[in-house]
Design a protein around this ligand. Structure first.
Ligand SMILES: [Zn+2]
Length: 355
């Protein structure tokens, strides 16, 4: 950067990491590295000095992202801030002093946020899916609205922990009958082979850990497989409260309480003649970094973020193929490898406890 830029940055410095009493805020403030200089607020000589821009990022991350509560469907921050509201939080010390400091140097107010209700799942197609009587009509809409894709020569992965015969292709088919009906899409009469084109997603989705004895099979279709793509972004002319796109996304990002609904969708997709489906992956959202609820439920991302071409060329996060396709001959095992989790890296942020 230029000298001008450095000079400008120095003039914009408001606080340093040592100014914060809350250790989580201080920890994240240390991510900003500068050359050593005296802090205009506390006078300490610090190489972790923060500008207004840096402090706004810190406020957004610690207070907004760090207070996000995940609900049954969706989620929303508990704290937000802006330049027009008076601060009205009431945290315990030592955070109270930090809140006062940030509010006074940034001229902002932190306050408790009542989320727009669609953010926590009040979306009519999603509510209808939770009602057994109204569910079939929404599933019919899903079958009509989402695109069909053909999987031809694309390879994908399936990971298994400690299979009996690791080199045996049948180990990488859908699981044997006693395990049917436990996953997001399979039922006691519909086995499913779950896979992904992203090996890391396979590991995350199955909650495997370092030290597990893992094997990864590379699979490919032996004939074109017809799939419905529920991870596609729908172009819609409606509010968030009526959005099928957001409702389906929240359904697939939800925990196991949503499985009875997603299983019924899978059964309908199979009855319609599809070989399988592509569906949104929580971990593929997490993969891109940041807060899934922010980046995904923010309509700008959903509605204007991606071009259709980009959509087509994306890596398939979650892939489900109905039946036992390896035994049936529609999917072949190309190769099997051991899989060792060599390094695990988390990016953590801190948030407030009392507010
Ligand atoms: Zn300071």
């Amino acid at each position: 950067m230029t000298d001008d830029h450095d000079a400008q940055r120095a003039a914009d410095i408001l606080l340093c990491a040592q100014c914060f009493q809350d250790r989580g805020l201080r920890y994240m403030a240390r991510w900003f590295e500068t050359e050593e200089r005296p802090c205009p607020n506390c006078g300490a000589v610090s190489k972790h000095c923060l500008t207004r821009h840096d402090l706004l990022w810190l406020s957004e991350t610690f207070f907004k992202k760090g207070s996000t509560v995940v609900t049954d469907y969706g989620g929303a921050p508990t704290i937000v801030f802006n330049e027009t509201q008076q601060g009205s939080l009431n945290p315990d010390p030592p955070l109270a002093a930090d809140v006062d400091l940030l509010q006074s140097v940034l001229h902002i107010g932190f306050f408790h946020y009542g989320p727009r209700l669609w953010m926590i799942g009040n979306i009519s197609p999603l509510e209808d899916l939770q009602d057994a009587a109204r569910r079939p009509a929404v599933i019919e809409r899903i079958l009509e609205a989402y695109p069909t894709v053909s999987l031809t020569d694309a390879e994908f992965y399936r990971v298994r922990k400690a299979p009996k015969n690791p080199a045996e292709p049948s180990e990488y088919d859908a699981p044997p009958q006693q395990h049917w009906g436990k996953g997001r899409l399979d039922t006691s009469d519909l086995p499913v082979l779950y896979g992904s084109q992203d090996a890391e997603i396979c590991v995350h989705e199955c909650r495997f850990m370092a030290g597990d004895e893992l094997y990864i099979a590379t699979l490919r279709p032996t004939r074109p497989l017809t799939l419905i793509d529920l991870s596609a972004v729908l172009q819609e002319e409606c509010t968030e409260f009526e959005s099928l796109d957001l409702g389906v996304l929240m359904l697939f990002l939800a925990q196991s309480h949503a499985y009875p609904i997603s299983r019924e969708i899978a059964r309908a997709v199979q009855a319609r003649g599809f070989d399988g489906m592509i569906y949104p992956s929580y971990f593929s959202v997490l993969h891109s970094g940041g807060n899934p609820f922010d980046t995904v439920y923010g309509l700008s991302t959903r509605r204007f973020g991606q071009s259709p071409d980009l959509e087509k060329s994306k890596i398939i996060g979650n892939l489900a193929i109905f039946g036992r396709p390896v035994a049936e001959g529609s999917v072949a095992v190309v190769s099997v490898n051991r899989l060792i989790i060599d390094q695990v890296k988390y990016k953590m942020i801190f948030g407030p406890v009392t507010y």
